[in-house]
Write a protein that binds this ligand. Structure first.
Ligand code: NAD
Ligand code: IPM
Ligand code: MN
Length: 355
């Protein structure tokens, strides 16, 4: 039988509540489709680990998880005890950068029966991908603080964009658009105000577009693009964006589909030199952690993206279909969608629907 080795990292807060539901559904689907999954669980990349060890991860973290077929990740962050930039730059952002997961693929889809906060929207009206650049751009470690504590204090953080870095994520986005029915690519920019990096981003899009003559493409400045997400979500098919713009768009898009709690993410190293990482878009949600009311669908849908990446296409599709059937049932929805179900009840229902 086919076997896949998965590194499992639950992290903090609701990460520890939704990851078991992802594993529950993976177990059900692997039984039904006849492949094997082996899990290795790791306790690093969590704030509890940090408090015990003074670092988010052991020095040899790359050896420990670098040869797995994929990483199944929950969420990290517990700002009450560890500042967010320390916990995130010490874990998730290291994974993305060191494993060269330069594509962050984030599907946005209004599910049948689920009410959208946008009046009159039905499934099919909201069905697109955000393709987020995931290793450079606004998330850069170049910068610093000068004259700290004085009234002349200065802080700077550079945006870094490279030709290779932009072109490779654009290529992924164009190719994805080419495989879709609408064959439509939208580029997020801000080349009116950010006058060096964003015009360069636009230039690279324009240079690449002729190679994908069958793809219709356009671009919007990020400010009006956020407005269009709300007023015209049906305009979008594949939306490609720099690291920060993609981060913002990938919370806004899912919010338009009812909740960020269902949104998944695939942090992909397309060359497969390193493992890719699959996680929900949301964070550790300290405000609801411990209450067992978190929506597990973002984590479970991420499991489907992981199986798709591992070549288990049918099993991945079965998970998405099970999610759709469960979400169509108001009694099985969690509180963020106005339902009464807890995390486990919702996860169990999806696992049952898969079998
Ligand atoms: P968040 O996504 O954790 O929560 C935002 C809001 O959405 C909260 O009200 C939360 O209760 C709700 N929410 C999130 N996921 C939900 C789910 N599955 N079901 C129901 N409700 C859900 O974002 P935040 O509050 O900005 O960040 C909290 C912590 O998580 C911070 O430490 C932050 O840095 C971290 N974070 C981590 C990741 C990640 O690991 N990928 C992503 C975002 C934020
Ligand atoms: C995400 C998160 C992270 C990001 C944070 C927690 C650093 O918001 O995965 O979307 O900004 O990439
Ligand atoms: Mn985010």
């Amino acid at each position: 039988v086919r076997r896949h080795r998965i590194a499992v990292i639950a992290g903090d807060g609701i990460g520890k509540e939704v990851v078991p539901e992802g594993l529950r559904v993976l177990e059900a689907v692997s039984r039904r489709y006849g492949f094997g999954l082996e899990y290795d669980h790791f306790d690093f990349a969590s704030c509890e680990y940090y408090l015990r060890h003074g670092a988010m991860m052991p020095a040899d973290w790359k050896q420990q998880i670098g040869s797995h077929d994929a990483i199944f990740f929950g969420a990290v962050g517990w700002p009450e005890t560890v500042p967010d930039h320390i916990s995130l730059w010490g874990s998730l952002i290291q994974f993305r950068r060191e494993f060269d997961q330069y594509v962050n693929l984030r599907p946005v889809k209004l599910m049948p029966g689920v009410p959208s906060p946008l009046a009159g929207r039905k499934p099919g009206d909201i069905d697109f991908y955000v393709v987020r650049e995931n290793t450079e751009g606004e998330y850069s470690s170049i910068g610093g603080r000068m004259f700290p504590g004085t009234d002349r204090e200065i802080v700077m953080q550079e945006t870094v964009m490279t030709r290779v870095g932009i072109d490779r994520v654009l290529k992924y986005a164009f190719e994805l658009a080419q495989r879709r029915e609408k064959k439509h690519l939208t580029s997020a920019t801000k080349s009116n105000g950010i006058s060096i990096t964003m015009p360069y981003w636009d230039e690279r899009v324009e240079a690449m577009a002729p190679q994908y003559a069958d793809v219709r493409w356009d671009k919007y400045h990020i400010d009006i693009l956020t407005a269009h997400f709300v007023q015209h979500p049906d305009w979008f098919d594949v939306v490609v964006a720099s690291n920060l713009f993609g981060d913002i768009l990938s919370d806004l898009g899912p919010a338009c589909t009812g909740t960020i709690g269902i949104a998944p993410a695939a942090n992909i190293n397309p060359e497969r030199v390193f493992p890719s990482l699959f996680e929900p878009v949301h964070g550790s949600a300290p405000d609801i952690a411990g209450k067992w009311i978190a929506n597990p669908v973002g984590q479970i849908w991420s499991a489907a993206l992981m199986l798709d990446h591992l070549g288990e296409r049918e099993a991945a599709a079965a998970i998405v279909s099970a999610i759709e059937r469960v979400l169509a049932e108001p009694a099985l929805r969690t509180r963020d969608l106005g339902g009464p179900a807890g995390t486990i009840a919702c996860g169990q229902a999806i696992a049952d629907a898969v079998e």
